[in-house]
Design a binder for this molecule. Structure first.
Ligand code: TYM
Length: 331
């Protein structure tokens, strides 16, 4: 029996990378287990970038609608909003007190994000500690994530080990699950697809917008006649994860033989995105237009998550000494 957990930040509407790199593989892995998975919307993490309440709420519903449109069954699994379980913040504090400063200062994602910001917040710095708390609070076994989160998983394991050594065994050491065939998807400018780079494709949103963005994918300047290198082309990389295998082979051959232009490849990619996600797009629109239904599902999920969170947190409180040794007599 393995408990699966993963989260998606609500710093924007989920994009193709989130869907293929995390949401769909997480649901698939969750369905293979005999116990409920913990799948959530990391809205507290999104506060490291979002400064507007309405935007955060809207993004949070958009992430919720995406999870459900992708096939998450909220009756079977524990589906919740991170901030509805405030216990996670308390655990993050205890963990932070055991986290070496250099481990956070040297984290790749902190260095990368802080490198292009005018102001760097303490929240951004301690982001991996809150993520460790998300994972450890629910005694997670498996964490399906994209490869960009590997270091965060290593930090989580280090923190769990440090706590267990200092106070005795409380936390399970979680394992990151990175699917080899799912790469870090490039965005339309060729860098990692990321909300913070503004280079995303949203296959569940407005199709005109999707078409325009596919048309903006950056390529080299080879003329139509010239043979092209599929392995170094963003259009081909994206096509290869959304189109059926025979269609991908066909495009590869056309690239290699020449006489096939990037404009044609972009049309093919757009069509593949429309087809691959048509059921999810329809479901997304149904969910996003029924916020009361989304809210009711999230509230129910939060109740289940909090019950589980309490079990771990009361053990942690005892261990660190903030709860009196006799407190159970009075509760
Ligand atoms: P976030 O919201 O940045 O990304 C959510 C998931 O999507 C994956 N991902 C990608 N996969 C492939 N190609 C891409 N271009 C791409 N961009 C993003 C990420 O690897 C991730 O799996 N810190 C997490 C959120 C989080 C979390 C957690 C995850 C908070 N607490 C606890 C797991 C467990 C994050 O940055 O997500």
């Amino acid at each position: 029996m393995s408990r699966v957990l993963t989260g998606i930040q609500s710093s924007g509407k989920p994009h193709l990378g989130n869907l293929l790199g995390a949401i769909l593989p997480a649901i698939e892995l969750a369905e293979k287990q005999s116990e409920p998975a913990y799948l959530f919307i990391a809205d507290l993490h999104a506060l490291t970038v979002i400064r507007d309440a309405e935007t955060l709420r809207e993004n949070t519903y958009a992430v919720a609608a995406t999870w459900l449109a992708a096939g998450l069954d909220p009756e079977k699994h524990v589906f919740f909003r991170q901030s509805d379980v405030p216990e996670v913040c308390e655990l993050a504090w205890y963990l932070g007190c055991l986290t070496p400063y250099p481990m956070l200062a040297n984290a790749h994602s902190f260095k990368e994000k802080s490198g292009h910001l005018a102001e760097v917040s303490a929240g951004l710095f301690t982001y991996p500690v809150l993520m460790a708390a998300d994972i450890l609070l629910y005694q997670t076994d498996l964490v399906p994530v994209g490869k960009d989160q590997k270091q965060h998983l290593e930090i989580t394991r280090d923190i769990a080990g440090a706590f267990n050594r200092a106070y005795g065994e409380v936390f399970k050491l979680p394992e990151g699950i990175y699917r080899e065939e799912v790469m870090i998807l490039p965005g339309i400018d060729g860098r990692k697809m990321s909300k913070s780079y503004g280079n995303t494709l949203d296959p569940l949103g407005d199709l005109n917008e999707l078409y325009k963005r596919v048309k903006r994918i950056v390529t080299d300047a080879k003329p139509l006649d010239a043979p092209k290198d599929p392995e170094n082309c963003t259009i081909f990389k994206l096509y290869s994860v959304v189109a059926p295998p025979e269609a991908v082979e066909n495009m590869r051959e056309r690239y290699l033989s020449g006489g096939y232009g990037y404009g044609q490849a972009k049309e093919a990619l757009y069509e593949a995105l429309v087809q691959r996600f048509s059921a999810e797009r329809e479901a997304y629109h149904r969910w996003i237009s029924d916020k009361p239904a989304l809210e009711a599902i999230l509230q129910k999920g939060a109740e289940k998550a909090r019950a589980e969170a309490h079990k771990t947190l009361s053990r942690v409180r005892q261990k660190v000494g903030v709860q009196g040794a006799l407190s159970s007599i009075f509760s």
